[in-house]
Design a protein around this ligand. Structure first.
Ligand code: UGA
Length: 472
């Protein structure tokens, strides 16, 4: 039996598109289906649509050969053995996940299904979605022996999506039938056997031939819960360190030292303990709300998640107060802003805490000059340039004549700015860093008043800092 699988991926967002090109990179033949004709045309023409490392290269390599883009789900269903559903599951008004796109895809697959298919949930979905997809298929007249529904959650991060997909910490497959489990094992075998990593042109990452990723087989329900629980736990870790950072600020301790001290305990681990202005993006806010909602519907008290959300939302307001504490009043102040994306190395602005901070500054009567290496075009669509909001083409232009410069996104390039030039460019050398990108003593040496998260404020000697004025 050939190891290659004909795969359809429905949805060409971050997860769908990355999965499609990575499956091709693993040797499979892929059809990526999207009902947005413009998107399909753009992808066929070689536009990768999203800012993601290695994506342009893989698209260039496989576009219109091992990965075909089309709008016709019926054709894709007929041709393929496994159909991955990777459409959006946005947050509904009530906070739970809106599964109408998943349902619509399931019904459409049902209408064109004539031989056995494995339907794979790749989108993040609440527990029981699997049962609903199964029920939808049956209601649309598909005999039970003609399909299985499997849950295969995706754990990739934006910005490192391709690498995360090909070098995963784990692959989770929730399957309640051996036949479906075998198809998924076959799909991932190039990774789990280590064979992919021996290829001369393989994309490099943490996995290798002797340490390939593990494929964990679970029930479908467990797999669905693993995804929500993992994202909620990571969000909890971030809110936890943010709450600790507030405690550090109140006691003049240093959260970076505290996080390091905690993270060296292998049971805790150092990752996702970076304090900041709160988590954002298309996943954590939505998934924490959806998981909370699932618990509520099942009558389970999971108020811990409500606290995670509360801390996250307070963190942005605390940051605004920090800006106010440095500038005394905000109305009429000129603020330079570095970063609009929800995190560094992506152009995604969904639920971006940086944009929320910009909106709060504008509401306070500040004028903002903003720069982001990749997310300005998208931001301009939701926050058009105006008399009080300008977009500029580099960090120094954002700083020009500003009363203070704010760092809101952890782009790597913001960690290596020319501090001498920045000091000369700003009207007042004040930097308020929501991502702890600099070391306070270095900033003081360069003459900055430097406020960051969970660390003592740092003032140059000549500045009239609150600490000095209080004692004078
Ligand atoms: C997240 C998860 O990390 C992925 O494992 C998951 O697959 C994905 O959601 C998803 O469900 O699709 P992503 O949203 O791309 O990935 O971004 P992260 O790197 O996790 O960052 C999320 C937010 O948390 C960002 O705003 C980031 O700045 C913030 N963050 C992250 C912190 O404030 N501190 C940290 O220590 C880490």
């Amino acid at each position: 039996m050939t190891e290659d699988v004909k795969i359809a991926v429905v949805g060409s967002g971050y997860v769908g598109l990355v999965a499609a090109v990575c499956f091709a990179e693993m040797g499979h033949d892929v059809i990526c289906v999207d009902n947005d004709e413009r998107k399909v045309a753009a992808l066929q023409g070689g536009d990768s649509l999203i800012h993601e490392n290695f994506l342009p290269e893989l698209l260039g390599k496989y576009r219109n050969t091992k990965v075909r883009f089309m709008t016709d789900l019926a054709e894709a269903t007929r041709e393929c053995e496994a159909i991955f559903i990777a459409v959006g599951t946005p947050q509904s008004e009530a906070g739970d996940a809106d599964l109408s796109y998943v349902e619509a895809v399931a019904c459409e697959i049902a209408r064109s299904l004539t031989s056995y298919k494995v339907i794979v949930e790749k989108s993040t979905v609440p527990v029981y979605t699997n049962e609903w997809v199964t029920r939808s298929m049956e209601r649309n007249g598909v005999a039970r022996h003609l399909f299985d529904v499997v849950s295969n959650p995706e754990f990739l991060r934006e910005g490192t999506a391709v690498c995360d997909f090909l070098h995963p910490d784990r692959i989770v497959v929730g399957a309640d039938s051996d036949r479906a489990a075998e198809v998924l094992q076959r799909i991932y075998r190039p990774l789990t056997s280590g064979a992919y990593y021996t290829r001369a042109n393989a994309i490099e990452g943490v996995c290798n031939e002797s340490e390939p990723p593990e494929l964990l087989m679970t029930s479908t329900k467990s797999a669905e819960i693993i995804k929500h629980a993992s994202n909620a736990f990571l969000a909890l870790k971030i809110s936890f360190i943010n709450a600790v950072s507030n405690l550090c600020e109140a006691t003049n301790a240093n959260v970076e030292q505290v996080a390091r001290g905690m993270g060296l305990d292998t049971r805790i681990g150092p990752r996702f303990l970076r304090p900041g202005i709160g988590y954002g993006g298309s996943c954590f806010p939505k998934d924490v709300a959806a998981f909370r909602s699932v618990a509520e519907q099942l009558g389970i008290d999971f108020n811990l998640l409500t606290e995670v959300e509360k801390i996250n939302s307070q963190q942005k307001k605390r940051f605004l107060n920090k800006v106010r504490s440095a500038l005394w009043t905000l109305r009429g102040k000129r603020i330079g802003v570095l970063g609009l994306a929800f995190k560094g190395e992506t152009d995604d602005i969904r639920e971006s805490p940086a944009i929320e901070v910009v909106e709060m500054l504008l509401a306070e009567g500040c004028s903002v000059t903003a720069y982001d290496p990749a997310a300005m075009k998208r931001t301009e669509e939701v926050l058009p340039a105006s008399r009080s909001l300008r977009y500029v083409s580099d960090a120094y232009a954002a700083a020009e004549d500003a009363d203070a410069l704010l760092i809101l996104t952890d782009w790597a390039e913001f960690a290596s700015l020319d501090l001498g030039q920045l000091n000369k460019t700003l009207r007042y050398p004040i930097i308020i860093d929501g991502r702890n990108m600099y070391d306070p003593p270095t900033m003081v040496k360069h003459g900055f008043t430097y406020l960051s998260i969970g660390r003592p404020a740092a003032y140059p000697v000549r500045d009239l800092s609150p600490a000095l004025s209080a004692h004078s």
